[in-house]
Design a protein around this ligand. Structure first.
Ligand SMILES: N[C@@H](CCC(=O)N[C@@H](CS)C(=O)NCC(=O)O)C(=O)O
Length: 212
């Protein structure tokens, strides 16, 4: 196995990069970071040097580039079965895959109007835009359902940390930035994610206005 390199965007902004980065850090999967500067005239060209999709994150290993956050996470789950990146029980695993895929393909209003800005604090901004309230309600429902079902197994969505938590980590950050109101179980869940040492490490790597 060659050195594993995760190419990511600016930590303050790059919500898709946070997902595999966090999963790899929490699961103690060794890798080196490489950066592409986002929101620059040459960003697309820089991304294309690493990824045929022109987007980050990209995982480079053994001469192969694996692009797209969820594909990277699925690949790692296969390569490191002992890290239990998906829940063990088939029904919980199917549930985790469903909400991870829902996150990956949905929530466009939330993404557009509440972009990730880890260091920013903009209480209420964007929350009245069309579709954002429905997205926030749906995310609260997803988290509450998981906590109801799996609270006995641990503080994450399915008890222990899984890919589902990695997929929702940028939403936790957004809810902090925009001071989105959540109920007590969801607040507890957010605190669990924010208390991860790996999350603190990511935040420490953020620079205002997105710079590395
Ligand atoms: N579906 C992709 C989305 C990746 C994506 O949109 N990444 C953004 C950064 S967070 C990007 O590469 N932007 C390049 C650009 O702005 O030109 C994934 O899950 O990885």
């Amino acid at each position: 196995m060659s050195e594993r390199i995760l190419v990511i965007g600016n930590k303050n902004w790059s919500s898709w990069s946070l997902r595999p980065w966090l999963a790899m850090r929490v699961s103690d999967i060794p890798f080196r970071e490489a950066y592409v500067e986002l929101r620059q005239p040459d960003t697309r060209a820089a991304c294309l040097r690493h990824s045929p999709s022109g987007h980050v994150p990209v995982l480079k290993q053994d001469g192969q580039a694996i692009w797209d956050s969820l594909a990277i996470l699925e690949t790692l789950a296969e390569q490191f079965p002992d890290r239990r990146l998906w829940p063990d029980a088939p029904d919980a695993r199917a549930h985790a895959r469903a909400i991870s895929a829902e996150m990956h393909s949905g929530f466009q209003p939330l993404r557009q109007h509440l972009p990730m800005d880890c260091l920013g604090r903009f209480p209420g901004q964007g929350c009245d835009a069309e579709g954002v309230g429905a997205d926030i309600d749906r995310i609260n429902d997803i988290w509450r359902d998981c906590r109801d079902l799996f609270h006995a197994a641990g503080p994450f969505l399915f008890g222990h940390f899984t890919i589902a938590d990695a997929m929702f980590a940028p939403v936790v950050s957004r809810f902090e930035t925009y001071a989105v109101p959540v109920d007590a179980p969801c607040r507890d869940y957010m605190q669990t994610v924010l208390a991860l040492p790996a999350m603190a490490e990511w935040l420490a790597g953020c620079r205002p206005a997105g710079g590395q």
